[in-house]
Design a protein around this ligand. Structure first.
Ligand code: AMP
Length: 215
C-alpha cells in the first residue's frame, strides 16, 4: 500500500477540513486537525486548552512549542503507519522546520504538500455564514450547504453554533496572521519541489476531483 504523508495548508475557510475528510476516506488514513484538537482541549479546560483558549479567541497562533509537542505526540501513534493528513499544521516557517525535525526523528517524510488557494472576500463570505456542530464537528454554510433542519446538526442532532473566531473582526485577524505567517510556507515547500496548489472554490465534487488529481 502506498504511504501518503500529507500536509494541507491554506487560509481559514478555504475548505481544508472538507478536503482532509475526502482524502481520509479515499485512502483510509487519519486526519490530524490541530484546530479541532485545540478546540476540544479548550472545551474540556485541560492544561493545554487553558493555554490555547485566549489565542484562539483572538485568532492568533497558539505558541509553537505547544502545537509542536502535540503534533509530535500524535505522529508517534501507530495509526499513522500508512499515512496521515496534517490539517492546519504547520502554520509558519518555524513550525515547518519543527515538523521536519519531528519527521526526521520518526524516520518518515512528507509525500505531498497541498496549498489551497482562495481570495479574502470569498473567505469572509464563507466564514461569516459558517455554522459548526460543537459535538461531532460537522460544518455547514447557511446558504450553500444548510442543515436540513434550521440550526440543528444533520449528523447528530446537536444545536449548531457560530465559532467565536468566525465572527468578522476575528476572521480579519486570522487572515492577517495567515498572510504574514502561513502563506510564506508556499515558498518554503516549493523549494523542496513537493508543493501542489489547488483552487479552493467550487462544489464538493469539483474539489474531490482536484484532490484526486493532486494526489
Ligand atoms: P483552525 O480551525 O485551523 O482555523 O484553527 C483555529 C485556531 O486554532 C487558530 O486560529 C489558532 O488559534 C489555533 N491553531 C490551529 N492550528 C494551529 C497551529 N498549527 N499553530 C498555532 N495555532 C493553531
Amino acid at each position: 500500500m502506498t504511504v501518503r504523508n500529507i500536509v494541507l495548508f491554506g487560509p481559514p475557510g478555504s475548505g481544508k477540513g472538507t478536503r482532509a475528510k475526502i482524502i481520509s476516506k479515499l485512502y483510509g488514513i487519519p486526519v490530524i486537525t490541530t484546530g479541532d484538537i485545540l478546540r476540544s482541549a479548550a472545551r474540556n479546560q485541560t492544561d493545554l486548552g487553558i493555554v490555547a483558549q485566549g489565542y484562539m479567541e483572538r485568532g492568533d497562533l497558539v505558541p509553537d512549542q505547544v502545537v509542536n509537542s502535540l503534533v509530535r505526540e500524535r505522529l508517534s501513534q501507530p495509526d499513522v503507519a500508512q499515512g496521515f493528513i496534517l490539517d492546519g499544521y504547520p502554520r509558519s516557517e518555524e513550525q515547518a522546520k519543527a515538523l521536519d525535525q519531528i519527521l526526521r526523528d520518526l524516520g518518515i517524510s512528507l509525500t505531498h504538500i497541498i496549498h489551497v488557494v482562495l481570495d479574502d472576500e470569498t473567505i469572509i463570505e464563507r466564514l461569516s455564514k459558517r455554522r459548526s456542530c460543537p459535538k461531532c464537528g460537522s460544518v455547514y454554510h447557511l446558504v450553500s450547504a444548510p442543515p436540513k433542519k434550521d440550526e440543528v446538526c444533520d449528523q447528530c442532532g446537536s444545536k449548531l453554533v457560530q465559532r467565536e473566531d468566525d465572527k468578522e473582526e476575528v476572521i480579519r485577524n486570522r487572515l492577517k496572521v495567515y498572510h504574514e505567517q502561513t502563506a510564506p510556507l508556499s515558498d518554503y515547500y516549493n523549494r523542496a519541489g513537493k508543493l501542489v496548489q489547488v483552487n479552493g472554490d467550487g462544489t464538493v465534487d469539483e474539489v474531490r476531483e482536484r484532490v484526486e488529481d493532486a494526489l
